[in-house]
Write a protein of this length. Structure first.
Length: 280
């Protein structure tokens, strides 16, 4: 079976996108594992399906490289919005995208027919420990010291439809992320593996992060990781609600508004277009 795909990147997350309104596969998880294999030429951080929706403009399904379907990814959401405009599946610049985690709202900045920037409202952060989820006697995991191998990190967790944990440290550049990232991702306190954000305050309007993405390893960027860092930086008194977040892949702007909604603003790039021969 020949499956057309597009590889897109939105400040770090490098996904394979498939128009599932035209293609049907019985086992999407199996396909996700195969196209996400980093030894394969179009390998990625995962696979994104664009599907029809009865309640929104489109529905997005997100698969991790191990085939696990998850609820939401902010960078994937922004790229999906560009994808449907780029391939003329819609001419709308204000879109509502259905995800397992809820209905997400996106606005496209278009100039001369090209999408130059994407604004995504990914909703309100969830702190409830039962919904993140995390094993703790407290209602939420907020700035809790946890011993990881040979050092103690102060952890805070939330969910955007997928779990994220952030730790603020003095210098993210010198951290051995391959040592601590997987140890935190698979820590027993997280019944569902967590995405891991290491964050550093530069000033009140600037943060810097490195991201260890569950099932993938270190990425050059993560939109929801950036949003997690901004939310908890503000709660910890380390930053404002409107912040530029520096990551290896570029600078993502994040706003946490007074209505508790978090907005991320940044571009998305079409990296590669091709076809994949899939054998079940």
């Amino acid at each position: 079976m020949i499956i057309p795909f597009t590889k897109m990147q939105a400040y770090g997350n490098d996904y394979v996108y498939i128009d599932a309104t035209k293609v049907h596969v019985d086992d999407w998880a199996d396909l996700a594992i195969k196209v996400s294999n980093r030894n394969f030429g179009v390998g990625s951080d995962g696979m994104i399906l664009i599907c029809d929706s009865d309640v929104c403009d489109f529905r997005m399904r997100v698969f991790d490289p191990d085939g696990t379907e998850c609820e939401m990814c902010g960078n994937a959401l922004r790229s999906v919005s560009k994808f449907v405009y780029y391939y003329k599946m819609t001419d709308k610049i204000d879109l509502t995208i259905e995800t397992i985690g809820g209905h997400q709202h996106v606005h496209l900045d278009v100039k001369d027919g090209e999408v130059i920037n994407i604004h995504a409202d990914i909703g309100k952060p969830v702190f409830d420990a039962d919904r993140v989820p995390v094993k703790t006697d407290a209602h939420e995991l907020f700035n809790v010291p946890v011993k990881i191998i040979d050092r103690t990190f102060y952890m805070s967790s939330l969910s955007w439809g997928n779990p994220h944990t952030v730790m603020f440290i003095d210098d993210v550049d010198t951290l051995d992320i391959k040592k601590y990232g997987p140890a935190i991702e698979n820590h027993p306190m997280f019944p569902v593996r967590t995405n891991v954000t290491f964050a550093q305050k530069i000033d009140d309007n600037t943060l810097k992060i490195r991201e260890w993405e569950r099932g993938t390893g270190e990425t050059i960027g993560c939109g929801t990781g950036c949003c997690t860092a901004v939310v908890f930086a503000n709660r910890l008194g380390l930053g404002n609600r409107s912040v530029d977040v520096h990551q290896i892949g570029g600078i993502l702007h994040v706003d946490w508004d007074e209505d508790d909604h978090v907005h991320m603003v940044g571009p998305s790039t079409v990296v590669y277009e091709g076809e994949y021969y899939y054998e079940a």
